[in-house]
Design a binder for this molecule. Structure first.
Ligand code: SF4
Length: 512
């Protein structure tokens, strides 16, 4: 019996050798990458190259390879080099050229960095030309992505403040002690300012203290040792704290190994211990699940990210979107004002919107709570409230508050005339004085407009769509593409890294 197999001879030559082109399917995503990059203008990228020296790989080829690598979940420059050598899709894209990993890393971190936003914009404009996005209705949301830095590399702003306070207290105690035991000629009637410490002043103060203590029989050896310790350590510690504070800026934390990263609470806590991790707040605007804008921020709260995010949108497309849909994390007076000022329809919930709507439903069953501020009758002509006992609450002035971003909010204050002996007092308020309530009329006005908009048919439709537009983009990038942690350090580099993911996401979606 003889076995039968197909001919297998590795030495046999081809009469008509096939081209790599023959192995790439007509509808393969690599062809979409090729088509898209072929259509955009890469002048800004070319400008990042020098005109002299050894010819480099063509930036168009490198860009295609880089984008396709991100689409294929290959992020390391060594792995991209390997793919260029072994993967037929990369071989086709690069026309069988193979760049080494250093060249790939340099292209990504040096050449592409300055031109990337322009490349991203052009691809989004291509999507707009194809009718896939309009750039008029955008869904905005944010997520936190962990930095590559270790979780135990933290520097806390509060710890620095506490240490500086302790240093000031110890220095003041030592100063007082030295002054008490000082000879008359060494006494200094003008004590230094212990509230504003700086290394030079601390050095001078420590020298004065040690001069008094040295050779003074009344000074204990413990005090002398402490004086020496202060002179030796306090000025340099203070210098280190000042340096750390300049890195912190407005933040309360940063990572020693990635100073741009801030410690934040992550949704995906793989350690399941609720600890803060170093990371970045990534904001995106999407339309039809395409990313049309993205920005990276160092603060965990979404409230103050909207202004810079929209600023970049206008920088890219020279106009604001007509509508912006976002969750309650963005519903502040400052943001409503910003959107109204720029004629953007704000489908943006405010913090208490869902609670309010739930109350509207339960009111019918459980009844109204008459003592709540929102239930009191307001007379706009007289600018007065009426309390549950029928007393007029007059406007007694305004209070101003500044938000973290420096935005000034004005609150009108209203007070009841006499709560003494009121039978409802126990249920109404617990203050010792007559009841006071505060009202931010401007914010209430924005909330009223937002409520009307969100309760309209268009509003309900936008809110429903929000969960099916922007949220799946994050789910796709983080879960399907397994991008849960940056691989680069520093704001600029992680901005580019996320941008490549966003671009790869858009092109992959085009090919879907
Ligand atoms: S306690 Fe004062 S504010 Fe409250 S119902 Fe009585 S009078 Fe009005």
């Amino acid at each position: 019996m003889s076995y039968r197999f197909k001919d297998y001879d590795q030495q046999q030559n081809w009469l008509f050798p096939p081209s790599i082109e023959d192995f790439i399917a007509k509808d393969h995503p690599v062809r979409i990458v090729n088509n898209v990059i072929e259509q955009i203008n890469i002048d800004s990228l070319i400008q990042a190259y020098r005109v002299t020296g050894k010819p480099g790989y063509h930036p168009k080829m490198m860009l295609k390879v880089m984008v396709y690598a991100y689409m294929d979940n290959i992020y390391s420059s060594r792995k991209i080099e390997k793919a260029m050598r072994e993967n037929i899709n990369f071989m086709w894209l690069a026309n069988r050229q193979v760049a080494d990993h250093n060249t790939i890393a340099r292209f990504r971190s040096e050449k592409l960095r300055s031109a990337f936003k322009d490349v991203f914009k052009q691809v989004v404009l291509l999507l707009a030309q194809e009718g896939l996005v309009s750039l008029k209705q955008v869904y905005t949301d944010g997520t936190k992505i962990e930095s590559v830095a270790g979780r135990y590399t933290f520097v806390w702003g509060n710890a620095i403040k506490t240490n500086k306070k302790k240093m000031a207290e110890q220095l003041e105690q030592m100063w007082d002690y030295a002054q008490r035991i000082a000879e008359d000629e060494d006494k200094d009637p003008e004590p230094p300012d212990f509230k504003q410490l700086d290394p030079e002043k601390v050095k001078a103060t420590a020298q004065k203290i040690n001069k008094i203590l040295k050779g003074n029989d009344k000074a204990s050896s413990k005090a002398k040792a402490k004086g020496r310790y202060i002179a030796q350590h306090f000025p340099k510690n203070l210098e280190a704290y000042q340096q750390k504070e300049s890195i912190l800026g407005e933040r309360n934390s940063y990572s020693k190994t990635d100073p741009d990263a801030t410690f934040m609470r992550m949704k995906e806590d793989h350690m399941l211990n609720g600890q803060l991790k170093p990371g970045y707040n990534v904001q995106i605007s999407s339309e039809n699940q395409f990313v049309v804008n993205y920005t990276l921020h160092q603060q965990a709260n979404d409230l103050h990210t909207l202004a810079p995010h929209l600023e970049q949108f206008t920088k890219l497309y020279q106009s604001y979107p007509e509508e912006l849909i976002a969750d309650a994390g963005y519903g502040s007076q400052e943001n409503y004002e910003l959107l109204e000022h720029n004629k953007v329809k704000a489908f943006v919930k405010y913090g208490s919107f869902d609670k309010e709507q739930a109350k509207v439903k339960t009111k019918k069953r459980k009844g109204v709570k008459p003592f709540e501020r929102d239930q009191l009758y307001y007379n706009p002509e007289k600018d007065t409230y009426t309390c549950p006992m029928g007393q007029t609450m007059k406007n007694i002035g305004t209070r101003s508050r500044r938000t973290k971003s420096g935005y000034l909010q004005q609150y009108s204050v209203y007070q009841a005339q006499n709560c003494q002996g009121c039978p409802l007092r126990g249920s109404c308020h617990k203050a010792k004085t007559n009841r006071q309530i505060e009202r931010n009329h401007q914010l209430e006005e924005y909330r009223k407009k937002t409520r009307e908009l969100l309760c309209s048919e268009a509003g309900k439709q936008r809110l429903k769509r929000r969960t099916a537009d922007v949220e799946p983009v994050f789910a796709h990038i983080k879960s399907n593409r397994n991008f849960k942690r940056f691989t680069h350090r520093g704001l600029e580099k992680v901005d580019l890294e996320f941008g490549l993911h966003a671009l790869a996401h858009n092109i992959k979606k085009m090919s879907a």
